[in-house]
Design a protein around this ligand. Sequence first.
Ligand code: ADP
Ligand code: MG
Length: 606
Amino acid sequence: MMEEEVGNIIHVMPISLANKIAAGEVVQRPASVVKELVENALDAGADSIVLRLQEAGSVLVQVEDNGCGMTPEDARICFTRHATSKIQTVEDLERIHTLGFRGEALASIASVAQVELITGQSVEAASRKIRIDGGETVEDSPYAPQRGTTISVRNLFFNVPARRNFLKRPQTELKHILDMIQVLALSHPEVSFRVEQDKNVLIDVVKSSSDDAWTALKDRATSLTPISRDESFIEVDESTSYLSVRGLLGSPDTARRTRGLQFLFVNGRHVKHLYVEHAVLSAFEYLLSEGSYPFFVLFLDIDPRHVDVNVHPTKSEVKFDDERGVYGMLRAVVRRALGMALQTPNLSQATPVRGLDLGLGSSLELGSHASKLNRPSYTSEPSAMWVADATHALLRGAVTVAAPHADREAGKAGGTGEEGLLWQLHDTYILTQIRSGLVIIDQQAAHERILYEKASSCLEEGFGLSQQLLFPRKMDLSAADFALLKDLVPDLKRLGFDVDLHPSNSVTVKGVPADITTGDERSVLDEIIDQYRLNERIEHLTGRENLARAMARRGAVRAGNKMSPREMRALIDQLFECQSPYASPEGRPTMITLSGEELRERFEKR
Ligand code: ADP
Ligand code: MG
């Protein structure tokens, strides 16, 4: 006799159930519905969007747009999971320019609410009305021709009581919705937005009448934030081949006690990215008092191949393939914009920045921030190692982001005081924690990279600051060295050397670059020449590159030198401001990263 077969227990779940489960990811609360519907309207090219709410969206979320609308057939299919008009192939994923692309939103929403869709493409063509209750189509009928789409979502989670009970107080849900609209409206000044609840108008911003994108953005920013028009905005507009950054910064005096006015968009999508946001904050560092945050709205554009927007169904998280690169660039860009804006007389009159010295010799009056504004200019403090005057936010940022409580423990753990987690190993390597793991930095290689880039830019731009020697030094050179020196004089001047050549193969050194101060300033020139000679053996080295490398070699802190936490932090900070932070001028690595994953693997954890 055959043994009785036990029934198979695995079966594919009904689509309606699958959608309902998926909805848990996409639709958390009324604000998620608002986001999906408004994004669809924007993707449809609408320039006017009206949102109507009842009871903070839990009874009704209705979005009406004047976008392209749908054909009757598309109207039926748009509620099917993975139905989208926005991508077709895997390659499309890499060039997404719409806000949606997963084709999940409408299916998810329709499975947990009572949805009514009215849509049409023009006043001539047939429109359609479709009603779906908890995923079941209950009406599909012709409708009076119109252009645009109105979707009404009623009684969200009516069929998922656990979820419905989980909703917060109406005020809270409403706040989430308004925050969402704020973000969407800020990134779309060319679209009018109106939000109504029970006949009250909560938001009404009209699309800009100006053709000028900057004016439009400023108008939008003033109408959506507490910042008023006569307060200054600082424009940011820069691109590199990797990244472009556009947007507005609030001037330092518009800073608030909360982070609520920080808006970051990547390829048009609003994202939360603490690490990258911190890049902006740290650029402001000296301009803000502790615990105050600047307004900013910044649009980052980056080749979609370098950014993964697909990490989260609601797409508020992104991953860059070079986070630190983005951090460094963004910070440099913001700094430059601030530096420029705060130097122009117009703005500094409108927004006096007290105690600001951007290190360019323009000391303004000192005010309440004076004690924090201890950034010496290169000329005024030539004895300090030049890295020591730098800002030092990168690490503080990395530490704060990685381990909010680390700062407090750092004193115990690493003996580095309150400054953060930093260790110097064998007086040669700097160890520190970043979000993804452990970084080990070779202090000399890193410093050489910094000095090299600095020298290179002085050679390009000729802005090397000079410190005059109290006792000019006259020295005799060999004929060969003298000949070499003669060739190098113009470039040496660019670096900040001040030398007089005499016919008798001798030279008087009257000044040296302000930041080359470790050791005896008077021997700097000899050492540079020696190093230059050594470097001549390297093939394909141009004279300037050689000189920059010689400067770097001469000035860099050596292995075996103790560094203070402040110096270490400044070093790392400046390293990440470099264009190529990862390698020394000779091409040796400046740092090694051990990821958390690698550590886990080595310890054979799973
Ligand atoms: P996605 O936006 O990811 O494509 P959705 O489920 O949000 O997925 O929408 C499915 C499709 O329905 C969209 O790709 C679009 O073609 C269509 N659609 C949704 N909303 C609108 C709208 N307001 N106007 C025009 N078409 C829309
Ligand atoms: Mg969508």
